[in-house]
Design a protein around this ligand. Structure first.
Ligand code: SF4
Length: 90
C-alpha cells in the first residue's frame, strides 16, 4: 500500500483523470482558466485580456485582484478573445 505524504497526494489518488479534459497540470497561476482550452495555436500574448503589465484582466474580473504575470506564449484558455479582432493593441 502506498504511503501518502501530504494532502495533495491523497486528493490526487481519489480523483479520476478524464482523457481530453484539463486537470491541475494545465493550471497556470494568473490565467483565467486552464491553458490549452482556447482556440488551437492561440496564446495569451494574442488575447485582448492580457494587459501591458502581462497580467490577465479576465482573471482580475473573476478574482477581484490581479494574479501573477502570465507569459505571452502560454496556450490560451477558453476566455481567449483575439486582440486584433477587438482592435486593441498592447
Ligand atoms: S487566454 Fe486571455 S483570458 Fe485566458 S488567461 Fe490568457 S490572457 Fe487571460
Amino acid at each position: 500500500m502506498k504511503t501518502l505524504t501530504n494532502k495533495t497526494d491523497r486528493l490526487s489518488d481519489c480523483l479520476t483523470k478524464v482523457e481530453g479534459y484539463p486537470d491541475r497540470s494545465a493550471a497556470v497561476p494568473g490565467m483565467a482558466y486552464f491553458a490549452g482550452t482556447g482556440p488551437l495555436s492561440a496564446t495569451c500574448g494574442k488575447c485582448q485580456f492580457q494587459n501591458s503589465s502581462r497580467s490577465c484582466e479576465k482573471y482580475k474580473e473573476m478574482k477581484g485582484e490581479y494574479g501573477p504575470k502570465i507569459f505571452d506564449g502560454n496556450r490560451a484558455c477558453k476566455y481567449f478573445e483575439d486582440r486584433r479582432e477587438c482592435g486593441r493593441r498592447r
